[in-house]
Design a protein around this ligand. Structure first.
Ligand SMILES: C[S@@+](CC[C@H](N)C(=O)[O-])C[C@H]1O[C@@H](n2cnc3c(N)ncnc32)[C@H](O)[C@@H]1O
Length: 233
């Protein structure tokens, strides 16, 4: 059983880039570049997969840490990083238990990962923990559709898709999960063209760690790019 599972994991890692290639050409690569243009300072990318984001990470980040728990994906990531970003550090870890101190990073990046983590609440709490209080989460995730017909199709096909796509939950309400620990700027909405319709709805954006009370208005201003309201104190 273990051999079967690791063979399937190795197969999934091998076909990942070809499976996504059409979608990358039809807009996903551009979404990655636009999102990551703002990833400066100390940067953590979770669930980095085969390293499709590596070309989009701007130079000068220090450090750039890439985590990936799946051994087959991690081996590919290590090879790609050695070629494209030899300064990047690859760490084999799941997002639910990150081996970093509180407040380590200026930016945390998650692209197409929160759909797959087995315990998204724990992962979201970890992302918030390892971010500096004034740090930013940059996310690009496929999400549960706002269109009831497509949401119903996602619900129907979720069990089969989960088996096919290595644990991916196509109907997960990821924005709502993030909102439990982060303040989100209104996300950009896009379609993951070139992929099955159940993963079409994309949400792309910035979020900052949520704090209580007066800090909230400043957080909303920080993520929306609007000036912060004057303090009432
Ligand atoms: C759809 S792939 C996305 C890969 C990459 N981020 C990208 O944008 O192409 C999902 C990734 O999440 C990883 N993953 C699975 N469980 C995870 C967990 N608990 N914590 C972090 N990453 C996880 C998978 O191994 C896989 O590399």
């Amino acid at each position: 059983m273990t051999i079967l599972r690791s063979t399937y994991a190795a197969f999934t890692a091998a076909v990942y880039d070809p499976f996504l290639a059409l979608g990358e050409r039809r807009g996903m690569a551009a979404h990655r570049r636009a999102l990551l243009a703002g990833a400066t300072g100390s940067v953590l990318e979770i669930g980095a997969g085969t390293g499709l984001n590596l070309e989009a990470h701007p130079p000068g980040q220090h450090p750039l840490v890439l985590t990936e728990p799946d051994p087959a994906m991690a081996r590919r990531l290590e090879r790609t990083a050695a070629r494209q970003r030899p300064d990047a550090v690859v760490v084999r870890a799941g997002a639910e238990d990150l081996p970093f101190a509180d407040g380590t990073f200026d930016v945390v990046v998650s692209t197409l990962v929160l759909c797959t983590v087995p315990d998204p609440d724990a992962a979201v709490a970890e992302l918030r923990r390892v971010l500096r209080p004034e740090g930013r989460l940059l996310y690009l995730e496929h999400v549960r559709s706002a269109d009831p017909r497509l949401a119903r199709r996602q619900d129907r096909l979720a069990p089969a898709w989960r088996r096919f796509a290595a644990g991916c939950v196509c109907n997960r309400p990821t924005l709502e999960l993030l909102a439990g620990a982060f303040t989100l700027a209104p996300p950009a909405r896009a379609t993951w063209a070139g992929m099955p319709s159940i993963v079409h709805p994309l949400a792309i954006g910035t979020a900052v760690p949520r704090s209580a009370g007066a800090g909230r208005a400043r957080e909303v201003a920080a993520v929306s790019g609007r000036p912060a309201p004057p303090s009432t104190r």
